[in-house]
Design a protein around this ligand. Structure first.
Ligand code: MN
Ligand code: MN
Length: 292
């Protein structure tokens, strides 16, 4: 059961996440620089008293997740882009994770599919329901609109400084799964795709997190890890700490399994993916959506 001070922290993280998500979404316009939206949105989270749970994700078109501004990124939003803005805020480690899709083209059906799937899923959340049933509802909403749910991305439990915990909430139907219980905190995030409905790693990686605390010899890597330590194992962005030899340090740290990368995840070239995401706390008879 989540109550009192901890619930208050989840709710406060949710309030900040909602406001920062909506103001970031407002900024997504043709000609606007991705880097500017990322920097300003991350600054806004901190100025509102939140911690950045993970770098602001801005993923375009066939990219479903894990893209953000690279150092000196010159990319601007273009007419026709399907833009996912995914944002995470924490208060004392208690996380709100939320995403919205902005359509700079004529893809309102695609954008509506993931949103409708999320709404249906939220309406079904209560103790006793199984995650497999939630996945089936998400799949039905998306397929009824002629798209594919992304089967290898899922919603996930949230814990203190823990971004991807149990339960896993699938975006497709399955037998059984975890039975939801009062007090669980998780994010549900349906993705609808015009492509295959399966994402794979692209060659670009902009987001990393620490996975172990081993000793490091390379001076540039040691310097980088001093800054990364403040993250409490939460993901960080390459552009936050970028300086000379940063990429060498990152590749050394990857090789030594001290950090891991989150490559940009994409469906097939030319496809379009939409996403909608909210965080919720399960109550006795339903749930409180913290990011709505
Ligand atoms: Mn998210
Ligand atoms: Mn998430």
């Amino acid at each position: 059961m989540i109550e009192g001070e901890i619930l208050e922290k989840y709710l406060e993280a949710g309030r900040i996440a909602r406001e920062c998500r909506d103001s970031a979404a407002e900024r997504v316009k043709e000609g606007e620089k991705i880097l500017d939206v990322v920097v300003d949105s991350e600054e806004k989270i901190v100025s509102m008293g939140g911690g950045i749970a993970f770098p602001l994700n801005i993923s375009l078109n066939e990219a479903a997740a894990h893209d953000t501004a690279s150092p000196g990124d010159e990319r601007v939003f273009k007419s026709g882009d399907v833009v996912k803005v995914d944002l995470g805020v924490h208060i004392d480690g208690y996380i709100a994770d939320t995403a919205v899709t902005i359509d700079l083209g004529r893809n309102d059906l695609l954008v509506g599919a993931s949103r409708a799937a999320l709404n249906a899923a939220i309406g079904a959340v209560r103790p006793g329901v199984r995650t497999g049933e939630i996945g089936a509802m998400i799949q039905a909403e998306i397929e009824s609109r002629g798209y594919r749910p992304v089967a290898n991305l899922t919603g996930h439990g949230l814990g203190r400084y823990l971004l991807h915990g149990i339960p896993t909430i699938p975006n497709v139907g399955m037998q059984g799964g975890t039975e939801l219980e009062e007090g669980m905190v998780f994010a549900i995030e349906p993705f609808a795709s015009t492509g295959t409905g399966m994402v794979s790693d692209s060659s670009r990686t902009e987001i990393y997190s620490q996975i172990s605390g081993r000793q490091i010899r390379l001076p540039s890597a040691r310097k980088l890890m001093k800054k990364v330590a403040e993250r409490n194992n939460l993901p960080f962005s390459r552009h936050w700490y970028y300086e000379e030899k940063c990429d060498l340090a990152l590749s050394q740290l990857m090789k030594q399994n001290i950090i891991r990368g989150y490559p940009v995840l994409h469906d097939v070239p030319g496809s379009l993916v939409s996403q909608a995401e909210h965080t919720m706390v399960v109550t006795a008879d339903g749930c409180i959506v913290t990011t709505d």
